[in-house]
Design a protein around this ligand. Sequence first.
Ligand SMILES: Cc1cc2nc3c(=O)[nH]c(=O)nc-3n(C[C@H](O)[C@H](O)[C@H](O)COP(=O)(O)OP(=O)(O)OC[C@H]3O[C@@H](n4cnc5c(N)ncnc54)[C@H](O)[C@@H]3O)c2cc1C
Ligand code: FES
Ligand code: FES
Length: 472
Amino acid sequence: MPIRFRLNGMPRAVEGISPTMTVLDYLRGVERLTGTKEGCAEGDCGACTVALAKPGQNGPEFEAVNSCLMVVPQLDGREVLTIEGLAGRDGTLHPVQHALVEADATQCGFCTPGFAMAMFAFSQEPGGKDDDAIHEALAGNLCRCTGYRPIVDACRKLQPVPAGCLKELPVAGGSMSSGANYCNGGQIFHLPKSVDELAVLRAQFPDAILLGGGTDLGLRVSKEREAFPAVIWTVGVSELKRVSDKDGVLEFGAAVTYSEALPLLEKHFPSFAALVRRIGSRQIRNLGTFAGNLATASPIGDTIPCLMALNAEVKLHTQAGSRWLPVEQFILGYRKTAMAQDEFIAAVRIPLLGKDRIFTAYKLSKRFDQDISTVVAAFSLSVTSGVVRDLRAAFGGMAAQAARAKHVEAALNGQPWSEDSIARIDQAIAQDFQPMSDHRGAAAYRLCAAANLVRRVHAETTSGQPAQVWAL
Ligand SMILES: Cc1cc2nc3c(=O)[nH]c(=O)nc-3n(C[C@H](O)[C@H](O)[C@H](O)COP(=O)(O)OP(=O)(O)OC[C@H]3O[C@@H](n4cnc5c(N)ncnc54)[C@H](O)[C@@H]3O)c2cc1C
Ligand code: FES
Ligand code: FES
């Protein structure tokens, strides 16, 4: 069965290409739409940005994604828009392009198309266009020549005008969906639509690669040029796209992206939301998932210490049923998890904070945007009558895996929340972790920074200001 989607308003039913061909290679090599550029091929520069439509509450919503990290079957049933589709078919510039011209913000041919597409997706979003929002929307687009100011000026003038090609051809409905799988040259890409189908495939093909957003796996295709023989894609499974906020628990299906999770994170855990806003870029967060972050089990996966401190659980599913496992028990070691070969992550659930409970998270990295963490710290605690209760402290970047800091917790739980208690922290951190030195930070720096983050949460929670709003 071909892969069906619409490209700049025109239907496509694609066959005869590898299912692990990147969308970028497809656009440039097969469609000859060379406006979309390859800069880094690893999700950092944004030169390859295209916009994908998905159904929204008030009509289609566009989101910017990195085409270098996506493979063609991930376009299943979607409307994809490239720089060639922005202008009208008669060549009339789109207001985004006009704004770039008017602000003298047109730059080299490598970065400009990506900026224009990121701006187009941003222009379609509801909400204000203040400078913070503009900087966040553009953080995934790099210009080596530092011409950002006029681009920001152009962003201030954005209006939510449809793309030129889509004024003539309305955005596709759900009728473009592909079949159950797509095969080519001995490779197979499964597109299950239900959890049951996914469970059967997982049992039948235990060696097939499970693909979520592809922001980790995409690098193996884009950079390493790996051609996976078999892939099972989770994102078409409607149950895995569910979000629920009830009975004191927040639950995200495994295919819910960071961008989709952010409104509820913002509501219940502002500090966690602020940290998630620093995962990669808008393009990465529009694809990446908690499930992918957890399954990768990287020592610097940003969400893992937060989920540990919040006592979150992972739902693992097979044909035989489901089990819930605390995140702490799910992560077993360096890139090692407790997931059996026939299991997959179906959801992540986070208990909401009780009354007077505080949660705060910090990410230390060399750059604010688009950078991998040197140290991540997350704390959940109550302070009653000046005494620390049930502190859960978890760190990333301090060992081969993200982990709770049991000595730190023991040193503070039941103790006055005071500078005297905090004075014991350096020793406790050194008992908990013996970090490595690498280009992101020396072992001594990491130990010092981790201890200082405990001092920081103390300072913030005792300063009378809400700690939840800070996450730097
Ligand atoms: C430019 C760039 C910047 C990044 N910045 C950050 C950052 O700041 N912080 C950070 O923590 N990470 C970062 N990442 C890494 C990545 O974005 C995250 O780890 C993301 O959460 C991965 O989710 P995904 O859905 O894209 O995973 P995928 O790439 O689809 O999969 C990753 C792994 O998870 C497995 N998997 C996926 N879904 C399931 C499931 N349902 N059940 C079981 N296994 C599953 C896959 O088999 C694979 O092993 C960055 C990546 C890039 C390319
Ligand atoms: S080519 Fe750089 S982000 Fe895709
Ligand atoms: S990279 Fe294009 S102008 Fe700087």
